[in-house]
Ligand binder design. Structure first.
Ligand code: SF4
Length: 395
């Protein structure tokens, strides 16, 4: 077993390798392997795995890539992530990728898929529409057809026929993956000093750029390490981060929140890796239907899902309660319509429920956190000083 420090170092390195060299090495090792890049938030990676491929998350260049060409594709009032993705692609960071998936999250991602098509980037570009109809016989069937469409693209590249056995095996691996990530969050809920939120972020993000088998091996070791009584508790309040599910804040900002006096006991940074709650049926004759059902019946709430029957504000409130959190920090990417449109819904409900919150906006490439750190620090202090008073602050 590796030391926790060795594991964390690997996860950090691989997460921010903008050339995706780990995936490239994996692909070069065997004929017929394909790499499929997917944009946030969620994509059923199981189907790519079953087709002999690796689904690799593309979460932009963060604060590690200067944007020059990418700005030419988007107006100034659009979020940052599509620009840095364009910059990565135009600078050939993803030259070894075979195809690209654009899950239906917002118009920006839809338009990005159009730009990829227009520029002939990759062997295929798939805008993947996720159902907003939650009836298995309507939205569910539609979603299965979308997955079949992706598998057809991959078969055209490597000739792999995806079988029920292969799909069920892939589902099992990802079930295990989600279960262990869930375990890490459960431990942090009670002992957040055992692993910082930045460590958790690196560990989960690493899983988007390496094979699920390698990631499961890492997670197993992390779980063993954090079962032990490591770290030293500090006088911090517990908070949930919500709204940063697509464009990612820089690591410095993720760290700044904890440094300012908050243990982040849940978040939606790498939401796609935790999107499905619980296991997907892996002993079925129709695995695509099982994956589809899992999305329809057991997915986490998200700004890209319109589910009137299960209001997201109450689902977030339940997370606050279950995690024993003292408040919520709404962190939205600048100009992120889905996140910013949801914010008032959450905040109105929280005013009534008496859940404390603050809100700020970020951009993936900002690395000046002084103002946000002060705001978070004041939030943390106010919770400690006036535990019974509701606190609301928006910037
Ligand atoms: S950050 Fe928001 S607006 Fe931008 S691509 Fe992501 S979901 Fe869409």
């Amino acid at each position: 077993m590796k030391t926790l420090e060795e594991i964390l170092k690997f996860c950090e390195d691989v997460s921010f390798d903008l050339n995706f060299t780990h995936a490239k090495k994996w692909k070069d090792e065997k004929e017929g392997r394909v790499i499929v890049g997917y944009m946030p938030i969620y994509f059923p990676r199981e189907i790519i795995h079953a087709a002999g491929g690796m689904a690799v998350g593309i979460f932009g260049g963060g604060d590690r890539k200067q944007i020059i060409k990418g700005d030419a594709y988007y107006q100034s009032y659009i979020c940052h992530i599509p620009r840095s993705i364009m910059e990565l692609v135009l600078d050939k960071h993803t030259a070894h990728f075979d195809g690209y998936i654009f899950p239906s999250i917002c118009d920006v991602i839809r338009n990005l898929s159009g730009i990829f098509k227009q520029q002939n980037i990759g062997k295929f570009v798939k805008y993947m529409d996720f159902p907003q109809n939650f009836l298995p016989q309507i939205g569910g069937v539609f979603y299965q057809q979308e997955m079949e469409h992706v598998l057809k693209y991959i078969k055209e590249i490597n000739g792999v026929e995806v079988t029920t056995e292969r799909l069920n095996h892939s589902i099992e691996l990802y079930n295990k993956n989600r279960k262990m990530i869930d375990f890490i969050y459960k431990i942090r809920q009670d002992f957040p000093w055992r692993l910082s939120i930045v460590d958790v972020y690196h560990i989960v993000r690493a899983g988007t750029v390496i094979t699920v088998e390698e990631h499961n091996d890492i997670l197993e070791q992390v779980c063993e390490h954090i079962k032990k009584d490591i770290g030293t508790p500090q006088d911090k309040v517990k908070v949930i981060i919500s709204g940063a599910f697509c464009e990612q804040p820089s690591v410095g900002l993720i760290k700044a929140v904890e440094e300012a006096g908050c243990y982040v006991v849940d978040d939606d940074y790498m939401l796609g890796s935790r999107m499905i709650l619980g296991d997907i049926d892996s002993k079925t004759n129709n695995p695509l239907e099982a994956i589809s059902n899992s999305y329809i019946k057991q997915s986490q709430f998200s700004s890209s899902i319109y589910d009137v029957h299960d209001p997201k504000e109450f689902r977030l409130a339940k997370i606050v309660k279950d995690r024993g959190a003292d408040g919520v920090i709404f962190a939205s990417a600048s100009f992120c319509d889905p996140s910013l449109l949801d914010a008032p819904i959450f905040q109105n409900a929280f005013n009534k429920l008496g859940i404390r919150y603050i809100a700020f906006q970020f951009s993936e490439n900002i690395n000046q956190y002084k103002v946000i750190k002060e705001q978070v620090g004041a939030f943390s202090d106010s919770i400690k000083l006036w535990e019974d008073e509701p606190v609301v602050a928006i910037s």
